[in-house]
Write a protein that binds this ligand. Structure first.
Ligand SMILES: Nc1ncnc2c1ncn2[C@@H]1O[C@H](COP(=O)(O)OP(=O)(O)OP(=O)(O)O)[C@@H](O)[C@H]1O
Ligand SMILES: O=P(O)(O)OC[C@H]1O[C@](O)(CO)[C@@H](O)[C@@H]1O
Ligand SMILES: [Mg+2]
Length: 538
């Protein structure tokens, strides 16, 4: 089916190119367009819009929407302990009215009052009806962008029925990966909520998955008294680590410790580990609930509106950006350069640039040429040449007298020497794009005989070693409490987050299918381009 050229897609076509048309291969996940490159006189096939992760649907079947919704429902159904073992529910011990139990004056149960979430409550995952696959940020199922309700997402919160006897429960909490503002707030809320159910035996596992088998890392007993003030400081009260995820050993350790619930706080890698632990527990038919709370300042977990710590990191970045701005503005031909965290995704850099309002050039990993994910549209940037970053910097110096560049650590890796080194978790060790850019800018201005004064700021760990700001603290509260409700409801292999402003539970595999990237066709990236005024660097 031929589709109108997506002329509204900012940055997709450079001046030397012309759209010839777009089409979508039946059941494929991509809208493909053909551009004509005037210089090389060649046609190029490019991906313009994405239809991520759609099941193979036959759109000629009049019931395709029902089929889609059925598949969607299956994908987002939550694994439950009763799937593999015989467990009976009992009425919850989590009372929302602790001083006045659920009784009316006559002593009979108040049937009409219900503060609990029904297992059949669902939240809508998508709320925009796109008119065309070329609409900014369009995420369509069929070529006509038909409206299909995607609502099979389970609402998070306390249930009337629970699957554990709180007085016999032993619950563990573990924090994995890198630090993130709000970890202590989540630990604290998990403990407070467990106690509210009546759990007395709560322990912290030290330093991530390593704490399960490193002999000298003993369990930390946790209680309201112990965690009362931990949210006042950044970091993790339990410590974090990378690597050390031997799933079989961890499940042996879970059995040896007699844990009934494990709350796992971490990013993509941690979620993969937690899911593997959940699968192993299922295989061994253990009555253990594994529940994750997504933790990443990079905000790179699929489907979630926002992960905790992200807002705080963006706020912390403002100090660095503002300092770079002051330096650049005050210097003669000053160029401020700030490198921010974001291994694969540019959310922090994009939001920090938008928030500051002073950034002239924002470079994110999604704009790198080296990424090969088929679900991503690319807006590659070049440093040299007439359309390059350096030429634009010349222009800014000529016109404004100074310039401010904000770059994500994962951006432009194609310009750096690859080491192929990985950290203990298997994450690629990145080259330093900040140092590279600094050198490139300096030598460029030297070469063209124009004075420049480059001030480079790398605030890296200052972004995440701080305590959560007010909005993240609230998010942590919601997530920590919901994690406990999910475990008591008998779910396992799930994570909790905010989708479309609603609090939901999601099966872990659905959120780790890939990293979440900034969509260069989204309104947010377009807003960033409008704000910085930067041209296409290609
Ligand atoms: N695919 C995987 N399967 C099992 N365990 C994994 C996997 N990937 C990572 N892990 C384990 O999960 C833990 C955390 O992983 P990682 O260091 O990648 O951090 P993360 O959870 O992705 O958080 P961050 O956002 O800080 O990177 C480590 O102990 C690591 O060994
Ligand atoms: O130096 P560490 O602790 O491995 O963490 C660095 C990484 O952690 C992250 O912040 C993700 O949490 C990345 O942006 C960054 O590359
Ligand atoms: Mg990770």
């Amino acid at each position: 089916m031929a589709l109108a050229p997506p002329m509204d897609y900012a940055g997709s076509v450079s001046s030397g190119q012309k759209h010839l048309g777009c089409f979508r291969v039946h059941t494929s996940s991509r809208l493909q367009c053909v551009d004509y490159d005037k210089k090389s006189r060649t046609k190029q096939l490019v991906v313009r819009a994405i239809f991520v992760d759609r099941p193979q649907l036959d759109f000629s079947n009049p019931n395709w929407k029902e089929q889609f919704q059925e598949d969607f429902g299956k994908r987002f159904s939550l694994p439950h302990l009763r799937d593999v073992i015989d467990v009976e529910p009992r009425p919850t011990t989590f009372s929302l009215k602790s001083r006045t139990p659920l009784e009316n004056v006559n002593g009979s149960m108040q049937e009409s009052w219900n503060g609990y979430v029904n297992d059949d409550d669902r939240a809508l995952l998508k709320v925009i009806k796109f008119a065309s696959p070329t609409s900014a940020g369009a995420d369509c199922i069929d070529p006509d962008c038909s409206w299909v309700e995607q609502w099979w997402v389970h609402r998070a919160g306390p249930r009337k029925q629970i699957y554990f006897e709180p007085q016999y429960v032993k619950a563990g909490i573990v924090t994995c990966g890198g630090l993130c503002p709000g970890l202590n707030d989540v630990i604290r809320q998990i403990v407070l909520t467990l106690e509210k159910y009546g759990v007395k035996n709560i322990v912290g596992i030290q330093h991530g998955f390593r704490g399960f088998f490193e002999d000298h890392l003993s369990e930390v007993p946790l209680s309201r008294h112990v965690v009362q003030n931990i949210n006042l400081a950044g970091g993790s009260f339990l410590g974090v680590s990378r690597g050390g995820a031997n799933i079989s050993d961890i499940v042996d350790s879970i059995q040896a410790r007699r844990l009934d619930m494990l709350f796992v706080l971490g990013g993509n890698g941690t979620h993969a580990g937690a899911n593997a632990i959940h699968e192993e527990c299922r295989k061994r038919k253990l009555q253990v609930s594994i529940v994750c709370v997504p933790k990443t300042i990079d905000n790179d977990i699929l489907l979630m509106d926002k992960t905790f710590g992200f807002d705080t990191a963006v706020e912390a970045a403002q100090r660095a950006i503002n300092s770079a701005y002051i330096e650049a503005h005050s210097a003669f031909h000053g160029i401020g350069l700030v490198k921010l965290m974001g291994r694969s995704s540019g959310f922090i850099t994009m939001h920090a640039s938008l928030s500051s309002g002073q950034v002239d050039i924002c470079l994110i990993p999604e704009t790198s040429q080296s990424k090969s994910s088929v679900t991503q549209m690319k807006v590659p940037f070049v440093l040299d040449g007439p359309n390059g970053v350096l030429r634009h910097l010349e222009h800014l110096i000529e016109t404004k007298g100074f310039a401010l560049v904000c770059v994500a650590e994962g951006a432009g890796q194609e310009y750096l020497q690859k080491s192929n080194a990985t950290d203990a978790s298997g994450n690629m060790v990145l080259g330093d794009i900040g140092v590279h850019l600094q050198q490139k800018i300096k030598s460029h201005f030297k070469d063209i005989g124009v004075h420049s004064d480059v001030k480079y700021i790398d605030p890296t760990y200052m972004l995440r070693a701080v305590r959560a700001n007010a909005s993240d603290a609230i998010l942590c509260t919601v997530l920590g409490q919901n994690a406990v409700h999910g475990a008591f409801a008998g779910f396992s292999g799930i994570t909790t987050g905010v989708c479309n402003t609603h609090n939901v539970y999601l099966p872990i595999p659905e959120v780790i299918k890939s990293t979440r990237f900034v969509d260069p066709n989204s309104r947010m990236w377009h807003r960033c381009l409008t704000s910085t005024g930067q041209p296409d660097f290609h």
